[in-house]
Design a protein. Sequence first.
Lengths: 380, 393
Amino acid sequence: MGAKGLEHYLDNSATTAVSKAAADKAYAVMTTTFGNPSSLHSKGMEAEHELTAARKSVASCLHVSQEEITFTSGGTEANNLALFGAAYASKRVRSKIIISAVEHSSVLEAGKQLENEGFTVARILPRSDGVIHPEDVAAETDAATALVSVMLVNNETGAVMPVGEIFSAVKAKNSQTLCHTDAVQAFGKLEIKARALGADLLSVSGHKVHAPKGVGALYVRRGVRLVPRQYGGEQEKRLRPGTENLPAIAALGVACGEFDIAGNRVTAERLNRYARERLSAIDGVTVNSPDNALPYVLNISAGRVRSETMLHFLEERDIFVSSGSACAKGKPSHVLSALGLSRERADSALRLSFCKTNTEADIDALCEGIRQGLRVLAHR
Amino acid sequence: MKEIILIKDGEIVLKGLNRRQFEDVLKKNIRIALQGLGSFAITSAQSTIAVKPLGDDIDLDEACARIGRVFGIVSFSRAALCEEKSMESVLATAPVYLEKQLRAAKTFKVEAKRSDKKFPLKSPEICRELGGVILSKYRHLTVDVHHPDVTVYVEIRDHGAYVHADPIRGAGGIPVGTGGKAVVLISGGIDSPVAAYMMAKRGVKLTAVHFASPPYTAMRAEEKVVRLLQKVSRYAMPMTMYTVPFTKIQEKLRDDCPEELFTIIMRRLMMEIAQRIARDHDCAALITGESLGQVASQTIGALNCTDDAADMVVFRPLIGMDKQEIINIAYQIDTYETSIEPYEDCCTVFTPRHPRTKPILKFVKAAQEKAGFEPLIEEALQNLKITQIYPED
């Protein structure tokens, strides 16, 4: 990361720096076009124009129409709205939900809650390649299935799920079943065509794509009915009432306008290749990400050093990564366990995630840090 | 209506000739506890400390909550100060000040205490007159002198007449600072903050020592300890925390000592370092949160080995308590939720697979001496990090 000179920020799947244009937009909306989009006067209209512009921008990134975009407070809310909204909309006729076992916690926990509320929830495990297979999902799909939710890109490994094939296999079994994908980690990194994917619902988040925290969106295909999670005014067609978080929404619109999916992909691939090359030269480092993973995420295990220890060791050298397993008190990651990694490898997993401003120098610093760390920290 | 807090001091009335000194410490502690709430006049007379707010906008609910956490107080009352020291004024004040309590009750009684013997009415007369006025004003009430729902207290003192309802229970114990000074070893778990609280209750002024092993332990683990101590210091008074850089010592331990003795030698080194900090700061005891049998390093055999490392007395107030009893106190002093945040602390770094539960002291000592920790201990003591801890919610 160039911004702070010596910092090497390799945790872009956790969050990203807000781009200058997006931050400027947010500032302008906070101080100039600060009206309430619902107000009848010209300040309100001006604000509504900001809102519409942002909606169009997000919609065009997903190749959908702007009426199909509902702004939320982020990815978690979008996922919750999709799951609860769809489950309750068809509750009387269909009461089964299918999710993958490697979803983000906002889907897994929502699933648990739906289970408590009387729905049947099936969880599909990935196969050893780290990917959810269409036939496994189709096999679970039946007449009672209200919703299937499978993420597009996994947040820990970068594995790309064959969501398009999964959804068509599901629809072949039950055309009434709604299909949702959590596209938070894919947004801005893969060309997403919501309709071509066969998605009825699709979640994205702002702060993973250089927009501020506190904004996200849910694509709701025209004709799909959801039950709202909250009640209030007329905003977002009553599906998500409450005065819009306009500074963040407008900034998200700007950030979407800056997407350079093909260009960034080239950068990410170059960095990923370079990282794999350099890391493979270090004794004891193994790659956990599956081969088809998105180049932006690289999950590795470093020797026998616990993730958290290595993370803090690297942090002291201004290198920021994520503990791939986020293992709180010895509980290894559900995603890595599902991949069939040994306990030892899961315990020492690190997640590197890149963005367009990362350079080879960041990777060099990382490799040097890991090399030192292994020397200093490893058990004999 | 002017209000005042009347405090009955606890065990300190037993302390004979030291009493004056104890009371001075208690007053100082009350003043520290009330810091930031405005100014108060704190005076003592007739075995009662009176805390009088000087100003109208002082938050007395918060003042009472804080006084409820000061050790050395058996009970206290939030009272109305009658405008003048006369029966008329008492009769005018009591029914109004205690209206809420009297309306909620079915039975009541009046209890009067006349320490100013110049007051024209005697105690039974005061009770009778005030009882009559209350009965005529709140017709649903009856008198019950044995088990009343509410007792109306009238105190006629040298400095004025006061009215209050049943007193509030204080934190008990004896004033912090009257029981000497000790170093508490604090890890960030559930136990050590409770141990600190319990010894502070016995009047001990605390200095905290925490061991940090970055990068094996997170900066957040240390921040968590600071937050825990901020909670504890609401009872134990402000204190100083020393963070010992422990990484090199633990690495040496890992590299040069037998694995099954990692924990036991680590505990001995912690005691050694804590004891040296204690000596430098005039502390004469160590405090730990150990509880017998809780983990491998807390067996009788292991504790004998740990104890051997310290020349000064080691207090282990939790030694005979069950985990649930400890957790109950942690809840009561509001440290539990912070304690269970999942950051690695130095006790969980390099945990041996099969720790010795019956270590033999001479082998432990031999292994420790062979590795030779002295230079690293010196270095750690040269690099202590000092943090001042003040009470915070």
